[in-house]
Design a protein around this ligand. Structure first.
Ligand code: SF4
Ligand code: SF4
Length: 107
């Protein structure tokens, strides 16, 4: 098993920074869902990680902690995170994406 980035919707959706999405070296890995967190009254939507594309470099953690100062991203073992965004379950809209969450290791 290996480490991937996991973004806290509760923290990220309280900001509107989108900073980490500009620094991930892997294409289409940190995505944005404009609706995430709105059911909790959070305003801005949230970044999330397509975990099967994440290479575990942790650059996004550094950006969120040190540039954005939001501390919303942690590196976690992929099999311990639970339901996550997988590339095949992501739906691409014009400005935002949504993902049907699934366990990367079903069963
Ligand atoms: S840098 Fe942090 S707060 Fe900003 S979009 Fe990324 S995860 Fe969210
Ligand atoms: S750990 Fe690296 S590859 Fe994974 S989402 Fe963060 S910046 Fe992208």
């Amino acid at each position: 098993m290996y480490l991937v980035a996991n973004i806290s919707v509760d923290i990220c959706a309280a900001t509107s920074c989108k900073l980490c999405t500009q620094f991930c070296p892997e294409a289409n890995t940190i995505l944005y869902n404009d609706e995430a967190g709105k059911e909790k009254g959070l305003r801005y939507g949230s970044a999330y990680v397509s975990v099967d594309r994440c290479k575990g470099c942790a650059q996004c953690v550094w950006v969120c902690d040190n540039m954005a100062k939001h501390n919303a991203i942690k590196m976690e073992m992929i099999d311990l995170i639970g339901d996550q965004a997988l590339t095949e379950n992501i739906h691409y809209g014009e400005k935002s994406t949504t993902a049907t969450l699934a366990n990367p290791f079903p069963g």
